[in-house]
Ligand binder design. Structure first.
Ligand SMILES: *Cc1c(COP(=O)(O)O)cnc(C)c1O
Length: 393
């Protein structure tokens, strides 16, 4: 087998000097541990604001709900999209005004709608008749966004099918809402997370335009489009830049709506926080299962249950850096738990420098989103992923 020296371009994922500092900062912290760099989140937010200056941001809290992250974004002027009463309790505990919150989950219990309404939240998303009726009953007078179905094509982590309804169904829901004590406010969609095909926004925005026009004929003026999340983070597979997304999306909206521009909000999760995280992990074991196996199995102290669930179907390919020097060999990567599903990458072969041994550290970049919040409570006794905010030493 032809071999070449192991190489990994740290600079593609994090400023190298910053990484050196983070490495030192993390030296004495037991692994696995997620280190979050707030400066990166600040820069991502400012970049987003600079490229889409007229759009309001509602950060999708589920991507990384750490208090420090929420407070940073709140200080920068972000609003927040919530999925449960527990997230609402957290926002209120942190002193964030209800006027900056939306309940974007279309799947909610009547008592939770009432809870949000009682706390002063008046901004909801829906996609079904039963939910709409609950909103009219338990959150009268509220502003409603109607979520349309998208295909999720082109997304590394699609959300399709489960959320949203066909525009024809949504049309009837909007008319119904107008006849109840609710304010039909606009249309929302989510094109799928880590969406690498910018054209997906074009299709969705065209559907919004169709609905704006259709209900206008019934005398209902919609005023907002929520273009969702789906903006990219920096994983192994390349994407366009945020700036390119912004330029294209603003062009799509301009083309469809011309002079009569609706208010636009967006709900980024992954793109704001993912690049800010590095998981420090450790090699637990390395094993060649038979003399004739081409690939060694490398077991880390973090796996699917410890926070890397987005490796399901090898959907998200996290950049993984082995710091040893040596010739590269292709490996199979797995987690530490006693579940055979806890394999990270078997088909896509990561590379590791020969000479890596158990006990060596491993750095997993772009892990600030959907890792800690996804980690299991106690499977096999392993605690949920610990996360620490990086502080300049
Ligand atoms: C998860 C979610 C988001 C965030 O999506 P990203 O792809 O992480 O940016 C935004 N809006 C809604 C309704 C969501 O469920």
């Amino acid at each position: 087998m032809y071999k070449e020296p192991y190489s990994f371009n740290i600079g593609r994922f994090m400023d190298e000097k910053r990484f050196e500092k983070i490495k030192i900062f993390a030296e004495d912290i037991p692994t696995p541990c997620l280190i979050i760099d707030l400066d990166t989140i600040r820069n991502k937010y400012l970049e987003l604001q600079a490229t889409m200056p007229n759009y309001k941001v509602f950060y999708a809290v589920k991507a990384n709900p750490m208090d420090e992250v929420i407070l940073l974004l709140a200080g920068l002027g972000s609003n927040f999209d919530l999925a449960s009463r527990y997230e609402l309790d957290q926002m209120l505990r942190l002193g964030i005004e209800p006027s900056r919150l939306s309940f974007g989950n279309t799947i909610k219990k009547p008592e939770d709608i009432k809870y949000f309404h009682d706390k002063g939240v008046d901004f909801f998303a829906t996609d079904s008749m039963i939910d709409l009726e609950n909103l009219a009953k338990y959150a009268p007078g509220s502003k409603i966004l109607f979520r349309i179905l998208t295909e999720g094509t082109g997304a590394d982590w699609p959300l399709s099918r489960k959320f949203g309804s066909h525009p024809d169904t949504i049309y009837h829901l909007i008319l119904k809402a107008a006849s109840m004590n609710l304010q039909p406010w606009g249309i929302s969609f989510h094109v799928g997370s880590q969406q690498r095909d910018i054209g997906q926004w074009d299709d969705a925005i065209a559907r919004c335009k169709y609905l704006f026009d259709a209900v206008a004929e019934e005398g209902i003026e919609l005023q907002m489009i929520n273009i969702g999340g789906g903006f990219p983070a920096n994983y192994v597979d390349p994407t366009f830049s945020i700036e390119e997304y912004a330029t294209e999306i603003q062009r799509f909206i301009q083309e469809d709506f011309g002079e009569n521009l609706p208010d636009i909000i967006l709900e980024p999760g992954r793109s704001l926080v993912a690049d800010a995280g590095v998981i420090v992990s450790e090699v637990v074991n390395i094993s060649r299962k038979s003399k004739n196996n081409l690939y060694q199995w490398v077991y880390l102290d973090i796996g699917k249950f410890g926070g890397l669930i987005e490796t399901i179907d090898e959907s998200i390919k996290f950049p993984i850096f082995f710091p040893q020097i040596g010739m590269a060999e292709e490996i199979i990567l797995a987690g530490p738990t006693c579940d055979s599903m806890d394999i990270l990458y078997e088909h896509f072969h990561y590379r590791m420098p020969e000479g890596t041994v158990p006990g060596d550290k491993v750095y997993i970049f772009t892990t600030g989103a959907y890792t800690q919040s996804y980690s299991s409570v106690n499977f096999n006794g392993f605690p949920p992923l610990k996360a620490v905010i990086y502080k300049e030493l």
